[in-house]
Design a protein around this ligand. Structure first.
Ligand code: LLP
Length: 441
């Protein structure tokens, strides 16, 4: 193992960076750049770590669901299914991908704050395992469609537990101001549960929440458990009915840079499970079925992006810009969130980092940066650069700004690289454009 933020990366005997036994210089040569590279065994190891943690804590009373928004391709979803992981989808597109990957519909969770009527219909027709209903309009539409079609829907409700995992002391305020789900404070959550219970076609299974992303601490999850179980207990007291399922969402942090110290999944699970057991025995409440929904933690550190370096522009006294052949169109995370990333040169991944550089993309926009002030070895045009931990929310958030074709993705395992997403071509970019007759060239 090399000393990299992505722990499964290695330095091969040639001294080059290698992923799943594949030399990154060979990958760049064979498949071109920019190139998303996924390490299959690293994805599987993440699946197994989460599954094992959930099994240890809950036995058959728990499940891991992969949040496919992090990285949604047929091959990746098929791996998840092989590893015994369910899949969360939030759109007709993610649903179609999961079904095309052979993921059984009954292992799917259908999320989203706005499912169009067509999307609800598709989910119902496919027979998705759970609808996570966000609001009353959606409940009305879903129950209406159930009546119309004679189908039944198993439903969780998205609740805002009021935990802000990104403030220092995880205050229980502010989160009522969120577009997702129903609030606790004003009784909205309790109301929608009562309302849904007796509707024909709707089977109310439980409640769901998601408190944020890239979280390193256990405490906000434990507080969330308390709040969510509190609602389940309140509902039982008010109605005598029992909600059986608690879905705690995702949000488990990963290591993008050296300073990040993510906890192993087991630590989150153990702390939540202990709190759930304590609560249930104190209140004589039946143990709920518990689901979690990691996205980032399943795939981020299993991926890197390879780039070819173009110009290296040193502005004396200011900074050095290293241009790469990608940018915000295939990794918008620095432009959007200022997210930290580490990078190395594929030919000399352990070379001494001698000066800070700013890695810039090729889009026509000053903010099109991959990272700023990152210490790197001397970089020259033509070098292959690897940006680490790009497996989540890169390809899935990519676009075509400046008509840049999206990169290919390869899946590496035991020295074999297989294309799982083909590189977009100019034909792909042009194929949906139409020219009205009066504008034809
Ligand atoms: N479940 C629900 C309902 C979610 O909304 C999300 C993420 C997850 C699970 C998975 O969360 P994760 O384990 O990946 O943190 N684009 C942002 C991240 C947005 C996450 C949105 N929801 C980024 O690039 O950092």
């Amino acid at each position: 193992m090399g000393d990299f933020v992505c722990e499964t990366l290695e330095v091969n005997p040639a001294g080059h960076l290698s992923v799943g036994g594949c030399d990154c210089l060979d990958l760049a040569r064979e498949f071109g750049t920019p190139l998303y590279v996924m390490d299959e065994m690293a994805v599987r190891a993440n699946c197994r770590a989460f599954r094992q943690a959930v099994e240890t804590c809950y036995g058959a009373g728990g499940k891991v669901i992969y949040a496919s928004k992090a990285l949604c391709t047929k091959a990746i979803l098929s791996i998840m299914h092989q590893e015994g992981i369910g899949v969360d989808v939030v759109s007709g597109g993610e649903l179609a991908t999961a079904l095309a990957a052979g993921v059984p519909a009954d292992t799917l969770m259908y999320h989203g704050n706005f499912k169009t009527l067509a999307e609800i219909r598709q989910g119902l027709a496919a027979g998705v395992g759970r609808f996570v209903v966000d609001n009353r309009l959606e409940l009305d539409q879903l129950s209406g469609l159930c009546e119309e079609t004679g189908r039944k829907a198993d439903v969780l409700f998205r609740v805002k537990p009021g935990i802000d995992a990104h403030t220092h002391d995880y205050v229980l305020t502010g989160q009522i101001d969120s577009k997702f789900g129903v609030a606790l404070e004003n009784g909205e959550a309790l109301d929608i549960l009562r309302d849904a219970w007796d509707r024909p076609g709707i089977r109310v299974r439980g409640i769901h929440c998601h408190i944020g992303s890239q979280i390193f601490e256990v405490e906000p999850f434990v507080q969330t458990v308390r709040v969510m179980l509190g609602l389940m207990d309140e509902f039982r007291q008010a109605t005598g009915k029992v909600l059986e399922e608690l879905n705690l969402g995702g949000g488990f942090g990963i290591r993008y840079v050296d300073e990040h110290r993510p906890l192993p999944p087991a630590r989150f699970m153990e702390a939540c499970a202990a709190e759930i057991r304590r609560f249930c025995s104190e209140r004589d409440f039946p143990m709920p079925f518990v689901a979690i929904e990691p996205g980032r933690a399943m795939v981020a550190a299993a991926g890197i992006t390879l780039y070819t370096v173009g110009s290296v522009k040193t502005i004396p006294g200011i900074r050095t810009y290293v241009a790469v052949d990608g940018g915000m169109f295939e990794n918008p995370r620095y432009a959007l969130y200022g997210s930290p990333y580490d990078a190395v040169l594929a030919a000399a991944p352990l070379a001494e980092r001698v000066r800070p550089v700013t890695i810039a993309g090729k889009c026509c926009e000053s903010g099109d940066l991959i990272q700023e002030h990152l210490p790197m070895p001397g970089v020259r045009p033509g070098d292959i650069m690897a940006v680490m931990a790009t497996g989540a929310y890169n390809y899935s958030m990519a676009g075509n700004y400046n008509r840049n074709p999206r990169p290919a993705m390869v899946l590496c395992r035991e020295g074999r690289a297989r294309v799982i997403v083909r590189r977009e071509t100019y034909e792909n970019l042009l194929e949906r454009d139409e020219i009205p007759d009066d504008l034809a060239p």
